[in-house]
Design a protein around this ligand. Structure first.
Ligand code: HEM
Length: 185
């Protein structure tokens, strides 16, 4: 009897940890290894082509990822366009008339869709493009963890309140960054 219950308890633990593992959906650098093995090379070539055409684009793509991550996390929300029933983040003060590179991301997304449809998230494309941009200009590389889900929502008000302003002093900047507690690249 005692043996039976400890057996049951160990299954319960296994079940619980499986649930935790599934629900916390760990990001992984090999997330697309099977589902879209050409994803990373497709993004890298497209970033290199864009940066070869205009060096500044590398900076713009890095900034796009930063402005994505600071509002609702790195979920692609910065990419969503306004329409009659939806307001995105593009018109926020820190974004309007200064964020650039949306058409480069659109182009990368369509290339990635043609190698494997409906597989790679836009949020992951932004994260990888930011890294590849830095590398394209001779910066250090880093491993990007993948598997982000794209948001169906955006927040104009959070973009306005949480993205730091050029006038922010040091303590405002420190609190703006610590509020985000970044967990993933
Ligand atoms: C610390 C708070 C920050 C403030 C207040 C700030 C503010 C700004 C401003 C005002 C610009 C000029 C935008 C324009 O062209 O009109 C800019 C550009 C830029 N920012 Fe930031 N930024 C901050 C942090 C960051 C971070 C953390 C990153 C990268 C991870 C970043 C990456 C860039 C890049 C690459 C550009 C140039 C973009 C381009 O030329 O298209 N910034 N930033």
């Amino acid at each position: 009897m005692a043996r039976l219950s400890s057996y049951k308890i160990s299954w319960l633990f296994l079940y619980f940890f499986t649930l935790v593992a599934v629900s916390s959906a760990q990001l992984s650098s090999s997330f697309y290894a099977k589902s879209c093995p050409k994803a990373l090379s497709t993004i890298r070539s497209a970033v290199n082509a864009a940066v070869n055409q205009e060096k500044r684009m590398a900076a713009s793509l890095l900034r796009l990822h930063f402005h994505d991550c600071f509002v609702q996390g790195c979920d692609g929300s910065v990419l969503l366009d306004d329409n009659s029933t939806f307001t995105g983040e593009k018109t926020a003060g820190p974004n309007l008339n200064s964020l650039r590179g949306f058409e480069v991301i659109d182009n990368i997304k369509s290339q990635v869709e043609s190698v494997c449809a409906k597989t790679v998230s836009c949020a992951d494309i932004l994260a990888v493009a930011a890294r590849d941009s830095v590398v394209a200009l001779g910066g250090r590389s880093w491993t990007v963890l993948l598997g982000r889900r794209d948001s169906l929502t955006a927040s104009l008000s959070t973009a306005n309140s949480d993205l730091p302003a050029p006038t922010s002093d040091l303590s405002t900047l420190i609190s703006a960054f610590s509020k985000k507690k970044p967990k993933h690249h």
